[in-house]
Design a protein around this ligand. Structure first.
Ligand code: ATP
Length: 221
């Protein structure tokens, strides 16, 4: 019997960028569930050096990366990727995606993941239409963010949305998928920082190792 050669599986990699100021269980649980839902090879969690759309974080990039590494620990599939910290100037996602595309090759399936709050502002990002040249965009639902999409964003998205991971991964880039992951967590870094400033507990909002670093380095006080 002649076996037909199976179609080779293309690499599937997601980037989850953010300030991670600090990383919390909402980020980490979302990354794990994203990895499962899309059967990804890995999720690269990429802290921004100089976030273009917000005030500079109160703790150093090195501390944010250290907390991210400690929070991920040995979690299968998750990677702390410090590449934006090595670049000068603002951290534009489009530059990071271009770099990843060059590393992974043309046929890899590359995904940029954003929470719904970040997605609502996508049309204001640097070169938003070029994001789709390099990657798909996957939007994760986040409790408390239900606003309608701005008109400029609707225009940018025109016809890109698909309804399943299979449809998304039929090509390397250019699609949009919205995902409601099983554990939607109403945790934000703003909330964590506020609690620390108020002297309240952050137990079970961040990994214990992240809490230990915050205490040892006296961050966010
Ligand atoms: P801040 O409160 O300081 O704005 P944040 O908690 O939103 O921070 P970011 O580092 O800005 O965290 O987020 C990085 C990415 O992770 C963004 O795309 C954001 O939408 C997403 N994200 C953050 N928290 C959650 C959560 N609880 N569930 C799902 N996605 C999240």
């Amino acid at each position: 019997m002649v076996m037909s050669a199976a179609e080779p599986r293309h690499a599937r990699v997601a980037m989850l960028g953010g300030t991670f100021d600090p990383v919390h269980l909402g980020h980490l649980r979302s990354a794990v569930e994203l990895c499962e839902a899309l059967t990804l090879d890995r999720v690269l969690m990429v802290p921004a050096h100089v976030p273009p759309h917000r005030e500079a974080p109160g703790v150093s990039a090195a501390d944010r990366l250290a907390m991210l590494e400690a929070g991920i620990g040995d979690t299968p599939g998750l990677v702390a990727d410090g590449r934006e910290l090595q670049r000068e100037g603002p951290s534009y996602s489009v530059d990071t995606l271009a770099e990843l595309r060059a590393e992974l090759g043309d046929s890899a399936r590359l995904v940029m993941t954003v929470g719904h709050d970040a997605f609502l502002k996508l049309a204001e990002w640097h070169a938003p239409e070029r994001l789709f040249e390099f990657a798909h965009i996957v939007v994760i639902e986040r409790p408390g963010y239900t606003a309608a999409l701005p008109r400029a964003l609707e225009t940018l998205l025109g016809g890109r949305e698909v309804q399943s991971p299979e449809a998304l991964f039929s090509r390397p880039a250019g699609g949009l998928l919205r995902l409601a992951l099983p554990s939607r967590m109403a945790i934000s870094a703003t909330g964590v920082r506020q609690r620390l400033q108020d002297g309240r507990s952050i137990r079970y909002l961040v990994p214990e190792k992240v809490e230990s670093i915050i205490q040892a380095r006296n961050l966010y006080r």
